[in-house]
Design a protein around this ligand. Sequence first.
Ligand code: COA
Length: 514
Amino acid sequence: MVEMTDLIAKLRETQRLSSEGGGERFRTRHHQRGKIFVRDRIEILLDAETAFLELSPLAAHGLYGGEVPGAGIVTGIGLIHGRPCMIIANDATVKGGSFFAETVRKHSRAQEIAQQHRLPCIYLVDCGGAFLPEQDRVFPDQDHFGGGFWRQCQMSAAGIPQISIVFGGCTAGGAYIPALSDQVIMVRGTGRIHLGGPPIVKAAINEIVDGETLGGADMHTMVSGVSDHVAPDEETALQKLREIVANLGSEGAVAPPPQDPVEPLANSGSPEDYAPVDLKRPTDMRALIRSMADASVLSEFKPDYGASLITGFAHIHGYPVGILANDGALFSESSLKGAHFIELCDQRQIPLLFLQNITGFMVGTEAEKGGIAKHSAKLVYAVSNARVPKFTVIVGGSYGAGNYGMCGRGFRPRFLFSWPNARIATMSPDVASTVVTDLRRASLKSEASEDDIATLDAKTREQFEEQSDPYYATARLWDDGIIEPNQTRDVLGLCISLAAGEDQDTGPRPVYRM
Ligand code: COA
């Protein structure tokens, strides 16, 4: 049987490899050009000894033959002069920092989080624009490259600062990131901005020109005005950026927690102890909640009704939170209880935390007669319309409509993280293979050979095993990253704090008893 320690060891090793970017050869070439590796740039930029909440570090994992680690971009939230900022930094050692479909998604997901929480966006630009062989998956559609520029303009207009440093050759789409920023710094010698680089210029108008003359830092800072500051080297540029952020005013400051944070009790165990590694075995979800909550206190709501959904109030790092956690399949009663609890939290303006470990809603004649379809829909409705910030962690299985009722990605939680034991799919491989082979049998009637059915069974099982793996999910940005169970409390504390100071919607908030 797989243990959580094995899963964590695999996660750390996979993240370590991904964090090396394009590998030794490209990193050496990068350094030889006097450039600093993307992760070291971020380290220099952020306040010393503070955490960096990296988002989707395993984006594009296993795709493109493993040649695009992290999707060629590093994104995450870190502190500059005590202010949380969204860092969006191209990794030029991965295909010249050019954009694949997952790069676009990761870039725009970071912008979306920044926009929701009014975090200044810091772009560390070193980017060759769209990865041309993939242009049909990167360039033309609403949520492709153009969508990122649209969002950048929207944020700037809304007063959310957009600031860039240009470190390398930024062509076409890469040029627009700084060009649309409120303030731009360029590094002399390596930073370049041009809508078309020298080869394009030659092809288009037969002009022969070198990169520095066409789009270098001095030209753009002193002649074209595209850039506002020129820095002699990367370190100076990063320090200049810190200085700019220090002078931004009070926008985006984090509201302190309403009560002092208290660590969970030492004898409450750690989340890792309660992680449902074997999804077929029940786990002590109350103990799991207590191991993450301030002082291990969970004040339960309706504990004697709809027992397969635990609902209750707790604090994390001093911030109040209403928790919904699965403890078995969702029945009509548990769905109604969940909807009622969500309305209570909405009325009291308490953020919601969903801990998913769900096989789905109950099926069968009895459940259907009891109205599971309409009762589960009430939960989905309440989740969709709750005005308070929502946060989701997939701590075990996330199957079928259970994913929806428990605030899966489609229901816009502010953040969604998975544990390394998570599984996400419409159904488990066992159930899927039965459904698919039964459908096949029915459509072929007597013509179905048992060999064909067995092959289909094995194929379906394999497909569902592969696609429900958390690495498959995180590579495609269905979550904001896989995190270790024992990191969850701190990660949530940061995420909840970002939303804590927001203006609240004070319109009527009814609670309909379900
Ligand atoms: N599309 C496809 N591949 C790209 C790319 C792009 N936009 N930008 C870089 N690459 C690839 C290179 O072909 C090379 O691939 P390889 O290692 O498989 O041979 C790798 O990325 C590294 O590029 P390289 O040119 O060696 O790196 P560099 O650091 O010297 O220069 C750039 C980086 C971005 C300045 C340079 O690659 C460049 O100008 N790229 C093209 C930019 C462009 O015209 N973009 C238009 C997009 S609409």
